[in-house]
Design a protein. Structure first.
Lengths: 347, 488, 327
């Protein structure tokens, strides 16, 4: 996605953001009116729900961590114009790989096992991403359908594990596998809901991704291949190889999110371990214009919406999916504004 | 239907494609339209069929001024075109392709019409076959019948004999004559002088956007060639040939697909230091040849060898060629060799052989500045390639060339450049590069080919029809070879 | 055990379960044949299911419910169509964002009607019910949606194969430039296809909340159906009959999940739900390699053989997903 910054386009971009925001607010208000719900109270409760106490803020951060990890990963695949919809499955398989490492029998040093799970999750996610990539480069299967298919397969695989080899002693249930032993839980500060290690990992990944995508040769090569794969061949680059590398990195980041979900949030493997963060990350990256600058902040915004909306059923008897409505609407209005602007430029 | 072009001109921004075209095509005749690449033939036809708007002038059909702003308007005025590349729908059947766009609804009536028309012209077409299993010639036949069925009064044929067999040609030519006899006006755009001569009663030659000659049958080829390519220029001082004898590029029995007819029976050896000019009309095979040598395309049969090493028959060939110090500069600079949104220094970074983690290198700035100075590129290191003019893009590409390239493959190196820039390019190529570098270049300008090459290869419809050193040939014989006419 | 379920009951259940799938998948086939891919199916199915249920409950009319579902689908179609065809935005981006939006909108607006009883479409007996042997009677006692789905298969087959409008639509999906050259209006045709297709998707969604899985809730039960129908269109090779067959195959897997569970104890039924996707991936790989090989399509005069051959060969509309810009 091009983003030529020139002196002339900046005022228009601000106008575009204003227009987009107005559209989102107007649409959300309309929906609330249709649902016969108090508009201002709803907005207020979302804000309170996300920011009114340290505990709530830390909950926002616990959503922010996997979301921003997946979003950073998607930056690599989007750089080469791949639609890595398979990211949900990559989170899941990363979680599975982490769980597999954590279930290795015998007394172990917890730090060792956790580190092993950390690397296993990256490997698991990367391999699952690579699978979708190979289906594309060797099998001619578009990455959307390969990714979707692998999402479903990963989901089925997790269900099989939870009801099969990894089932709880007694009755297997949808609440997941047995809880991990306490020493394998990632530490969280008292009263907080997010593992401190998770925050550190997320920030490191953001910084590392910025370095790689903006400053490194690898990032430059990815950009070049995304822009013009034909020309890239004349610079000794092989586009297929980089497609695979990019999608593997995206998968690794997603796998990392899975690891943190298992060890820091749920402390076991549950069927919905990916919690829709993969798809949400796709929205975040689309809204961020496929660049890293705004990414962490937009991810925070989306995470705040998610957590804030939990208040809605309690206080206003509304469904919490209003957050999803706002998020989807943000992306669509951004696309709309972009489309209108392009159309005006043409004529 | 009579067609008359009056004072037609067309400008694309500041570039003039057509200047004051005046042309009359009489009803019931086959009128030939010839000219070299870029002469303006396709632009003129696009205007007639409603795809392009004209900048000035009028078109009269049967004496009445007619607006042709969309293909639909052109079609309703009775103008139809048979395109070089069949514009049909491959998974659909013959009958479906025949009926599409036809206002009639009755399927059986259409089927009957197809059958009647087929037999009238001696075509054998099965209505239920899928079009993608047919040959190009048969697909043309369907389109032709469809146009006749739609009561086309003015039929434009764009290189109709490309890709059809001699047998199908035997069927097509009498068909065209029959159609003309029935009153349909036919405009034949072709570069094949012999076919034009056998079919047409009148010929108009376009050169550089204007009418350079009008002739009636019987035709004199020398006259036509002269009008197409311009008069023979004086021989300027030439550099001495510099072939050394060691083999650089070899093509053994190469057969490949690409462009119109690909490449057939290609057996060529090039020596180190040779400067070889590839002449030929658009799509005759020179581009395929260059791409095969660059490793961007793989041959269906045969072998391509660079400095004795055979190129792989897969997508790794390109990298292999670059490892063997072969460089390729395509004609479509922005689409195929540059990154429109990457800066000049980014391009140099990509070229850098050193594999460091970081993009930026300490002396990158200096390197880019030096290149801008040496190659006289009008732009800054931070400008993106898309902002450069065509000439500066070419300079950038030359600046990006590996200094130790042993084989240079250039597709239209002076395309879009003014005279001075062009001269500068050649000066650089001949003086600055090592004497041992083999240079292969294609060009539509015969003057360029004659002046700078030691050896000339002329391509026609996928075959090399002439291979000789520049001293053994002349402007006239090259032009003749390019158009498939037998050399005088 | 499988033997406990008698064959007529099995067939009846498969037909009933496949009806909504067929309607949705055929609606998407219509859209994709014109060259536009509508990735928002997942959300639209849920949204139209919600709209249909709410409308039916409020007006106490099933007909209005189904119409509301169809209109809800068409509403999303307006967005997909306008963004893709007129604004030339990425069809994937629009479809995906719309999918999540519609799903959450459905949950949000449908919340007050969650787990609330409402009207449901009952099965109807065919006119010649008495004349059938008792074992077959159950097969022919189906909700109207089943008959609608079957009629739709025939209608779409006829439309694509014999009608002029269908031919025009297919041509736009294959080569919009050539269609334009022949005087057609590709943008208009694509827009109509998207609207009609999404209307059908809406009807299919309504079929879930008003017939197959009556009611609304979170989850409703129709989750995942949209993605599956996207896969079915590919697996079916964009051919209405094959798509319907694929839908029935999937419905069979759904229905017999209980039986299969006995065969594979400990495996939840959801695992079998993943079946369409590996099948779809294999279809895509098969298509990829069969197109690569130099195939001379064998021409057989036998129309039946030709039909079967068409059934097995699959090729996506060439212009699928690309936005067509008029020069």
């Amino acid at each position: 996605m091009k983003n030529k910054i020139s002196a002339l386009s900046i005022p228009r971009t601000t106008l575009d953001i204003l227009l987009g925001t107005t559209l989102v607010v107007a649409f959300t208000a309309l929906i609330l009116l249709i649902a016969d719900a108090p508009v201002l109270a709803a907005f207020k409760n979302i804000c309170l729900g996300a920011f009114s106490s340290t505990s709530k803020v830390s909950q926002v951060l616990s959503v922010w961590v996997p979301l921003v990890l997946c979003s950073c990963g998607l930056l690599y695949s989007f750089r080469v114009h791949l639609w890595n919809i398979g990211i949900e499955g990559q989170i899941a398989m990363g979680a599975v790989a982490a769980m597999a490492a954590l279930r290795i029998p015998g007394p172990h040093n917890p730090t060792f096992i956790l580190t092993l799970a950390f690397f296993a999750s990256m490997l698991g996610g990367a391999l699952w991403g690579l699978l979708a990539g190979l289906l594309k480069t060797r099998g001619g299967v578009h990455e959307i359908f390969g990714g979707l298919g692998l999402n479903f397969v990963a989901q089925g695989f997790i269900l099989w594990l939870i009801f099969g080899p990894w089932k709880r002693p007694g009755i297997a249930s949808m609440s997941g596998t047995e809880l991990l032993s306490f020493d394998l839980w990632l530490s969280t500060p008292t009263g907080w809901r997010v593992a401190s290690i998770g925050l550190i990992i997320a920030v490191l990944v953001i910084l590392l991704s910025w370095l790689i995508l903006v400053k490194s040769r690898f990032g430059l090569k990815l950009t070049a291949i995304g822009q013009n794969p034909r020309a890239a061949r004349l610079y000794s680059l092989m586009p297929e190889r980089y497609y695979l590398k990019a999608i593997a990195i995206a998968g690794a980041c997603a796998g990392l999110a899975g690891f943190l979900q298992v060890t820091g949030v749920y402390h076991r493997l549950i069927p919905s371990i990916s919690s829709g963060y993969g798809y949400l990350a796709l929205l975040v990256v689309m809204l961020a214009g496929y660049r890293i600058i705004l990414l962490p902040f937009l991810a925070l915004f989306f995470a705040a919406l998610n957590v804030g909306a939990i208040q809605l059923p309690i206080v206003l008897q509304l469904d919490s999916s209003l957050s999803g409505v706002i998020q989807g609407c943000c992306v669509l209005s951004a696309l709309f504004v972009l489309g209108i602007r392009q159309k005006r430029k043409q004529s | 239907m009579d067609v008359e072009f009056r004072h037609i001109s067309k400008k694309f921004g500041s570039v003039t494609a057509l200047t004051d075209i005046n042309l009359t095509v009489r009803s019931g005749t086959i009128h030939g339209l010839i000219g070299e690449n870029g002469a303006g033939k396709s632009t003129l036809m696009k205007i007639l069929t409603g795809y392009q708007s004209k900048s000035d002038g009028t078109i009269l059909i049967d004496g009445r001024e007619t607006q042709l702003n969309t293909p639909k308007e052109a079609a309703s005025s009775g103008i139809g075109m048979l395109y070089q590349e069949p514009m049909d729908f491959t998974p659909l059947t013959v009958l479906e392709n025949f009926s599409l766009g036809n206002p009639g609804r009755d399927r059986s009536a259409l089927r009957l019409s197809l059958k009647t028309l087929s037999s009238r012209f001696g075509f054998s077409l099965d209505p239920n076959r899928c079009v993608d299993s047919l040959t190009v010639g048969e697909r043309q036949q369907i389109e032709l019948l469809r146009l006749i069925h739609c009561k086309t009064g003015v039929l434009i044929l764009d290189e109709p004999t490309t890709g059809i067999s001699p047998a199908q040609k035997e069927t097509l030519f009498p068909t065209l004559k029959q159609l003309a006899a029935e009153g349909i006006t036919i405009l034949l755009v072709s570069h094949k002088l012999e076919e034009v001569a056998s079919l047409c009663s009148e010929v108009t030659v376009l050169r550089q956007g204007s009418v350079s000659h009008n002739a009636s049958a019987p035709f004199h080829f020398a006259e036509l060639l002269d009008a197409m390519f311009g008069s023979i220029p004086e021989q300027k001082d030439k550099d001495a040939p510099r072939a050394t004898g060691a083999v650089s590029l070899q093509m053994e029995n190469v057969v490949a697909t690409g462009e119109r007819l690909g490449l057939r029976h290609c057996n060529i050896n090039c020596a180190e230091g040779e400067v070889i000019g590839l002449a030929g009309l658009d799509g005759a095979g020179q581009s395929t040849f260059l791409r095969l040598a660059a490793g961007l395309a793989n041959p269906n049969r045969g072998r391509v060898k660079l400095f004795g090493e055979e190129l792989l028959h897969n997508s790794h060939a390109c990298r292999q060629a670059q490892r063997l110090q072969t460089s390729f500069i395509p004609a479509n600079r922005l689409e195929e060799a540059l990154f429109a949104d990457l800066s000049l220094s980014d391009h140099f970074s990509l070229r850098d052989k050193q594999d460091s983690f970081w993009q930026a290198k300490k002396n990158r700035r200096e390197q880019v500045k030096k290149a801008i100075r040496t190659f006289n590129i009008k732009g800054e290191a931070c400008n993106v390639a898309g902002e450069l003019s065509g000439g500066n893009q070419q300079r950038l590409l030359l600046a990006l060339l590996e200094p130790d390239s042993r084989l240079l493959l250039l597709e239209n190196p002076t395309r879009g450049l003014d005279i001075r820039s062009g001269q500068w390019v050649w000066n650089h190529l001949r003086r600055k590069l090592s004497q041992k570098t083999t240079i292969l270049f294609s060009s539509p300008e015969l003057d360029e080919i004659l002046h700078f090459s030691d050896r000339i290869l002329v391509f026609h419809d996928g075959e090399i029809v002439l291979d000789c050193s520049v001293s053994e040939t002349s402007h006239g014989s090259i032009a003749a070879a390019m158009t498939g006419a037998t050399p005088q | 055990m499988m033997g406990d379920i008698s064959l007529p009951i099995l067939i009846a259940s498969v037909l009933a379960a496949s009806a909504p799938l067929i309607i949705i998948a055929l609606g998407e086939t219509l859209t994709e044949k014109s060259g536009v891919i509508n990735l928002s199916l997942e959300g639209v199915v849920l949204f139209s299911a919600m709209a249909a249920f709410v409308a039916a409950k409020v007006t106490d009319s099933l007909l209005l419910g189904f119409l509301a579902g169809g209109c809800a689908g068409m509403l999303t179609g307006i967005i997909v169509g306008y963004f893709s065809v007129y604004l030339h935005l990425s069809q994937v981006a629009v479809g995906f964002a719309l999918s999540l939006l519609c799903r959450d909108l459905a949950y949000f607006l449908g919340n007050p009607y969650s787990r609330v009883p409402g009207p449901g479409l009952l099965t109807t007996k065919v006119p010649f019910h008495e004349a059938l042997p008792s074992s077959l009677q159950i097969i022919f006692t189906q909700p109207l949606t089943v008959w609608f789905a079957i009629l739709l298969i025939g209608a779409l087959y006829y439309f694509f194969t014999f009608s002029k409008a269908g031919l025009n639509l297919r041509s736009v999906g294959e080569n919009p430039e050539a269609s334009f050259a022949r005087g057609l209006n590709p943008s208009k045709i694509q827009m109509i296809a998207v609207l009609a297709g999404s209307f059908l998707v809406g009807i299919g969604g309504a079929a879930y909340s008003l017939s197959l899985k009556p009611g609304w809730g979170r989850p409703q039960g129709a989750e995942g159906i949209g993605w599956i129908c996207l896969a079915l269109v590919i697996f079916g090779g964009w051919n209405p009959c094959r798509v319907a067959l694929g839908a029935m195959l999937f419905a069979f897997l759904q229905v017999s999940g209980i039986g299969l569970q006995d065969l594979f104890p400990g495996v939840p039924a959801q695992v079998f739900q993943t079946a369409p996707f590996p099948l779809m991936i294999f279809t895509l790989i098969f298509m990829h390699y069969s197109i690569r090989k130099n195939r001379t399509q064998g021409h057989t005069p036998n129309p039946l053989k030709q039909f079967v051959q068409n059934l097995l060969m699959a090729r996506a509309p060439k212009a699928l997903g690309k936005s067509y810009k008029q020069e």
